[in-house]
Design a protein around this ligand. Sequence first.
Ligand code: SAM
Length: 282
Amino acid sequence: ADDGLLGPAVIRELAAELDLRPTKTLGQNFLHDANTIRRIVRTAELRADDVVLEVGPGLGSLTLGLLPAADRVVAVEIDQRLADLLPRTVAQRRPDLADRLDVVTADALRLTELPGPPATALVANLPYNVAVPVLLHLLDLLPTLDRALILVQAEVAERLAAPPGGGAYGVPSVKAAWYGEVRRAGNVGRRVFWPEPNVDSGLVSLVRRPPPPGDRAATFAVVDAAFGMRRKSLRAALARWAGSPAAAEVRLRAAGIDPGARGEQLSVTDFARLAATDPVTP
Ligand code: SAM
């Protein structure tokens, strides 16, 4: 195609060139459908001055779609062979855009800084095993990221975007909500990937907004505790966190929360308020 996007035949050629056997551990499922790429890029609503961070560019399917829509793309890939191939693929298919790309070989979970101008948007087809930790780590590390559009497995998409009160609401929902407004942004079937995964995928968009008042680490600690024992009342689930069931009850009441409620009923703001209550000394 004129736009240089990768179809099934090219994906197979590139993989053969590398003698690549995609691994499950690294979540290597490559997009081979140009229409899906166009839809993802459209949904990302990039501005011409955006610096896009792409985690896991793989063979470059999404990278080639992102380059025309942004000022720069910084691609962080853990697999050295893929990282080495990417600039060549881009130079061959979109020589006009090759100087917009930076490739970093690294584990996104261990990034402590990102070279180049500050990234403004995360757009990625994330490795499924580590999608949520990667998202949270990058939102925390890079305050200039003002939005994210990620492709994850459908069940994770549902959890990330779940509102309080339902069965899908849990640790990922609350932690993502700390950083921004989270929404589902479309479904992507399994057939557009090579190799084909055994689950469907979903797009999730996050638009950053100021976090609730409070401390992030303290809030995340009480969130982990509250959902560690999902079916218990908060009084019981938070006993260890607070020191005792009685101490948990005091702190819950101080935050204006019913001690008989369950974690899935609390919003991120409730959790932040609870974390900020004074510890109770026995
Ligand atoms: N973006 C490509 C696409 O859409 O076709 C590939 C997406 S594939 C689902 C995930 C990619 O992330 C793979 O290329 C894999 O090697 C890479 N990856 C896996 N774990 C990673 C990590 N911790 N940090 C950076 N990249 C990672």
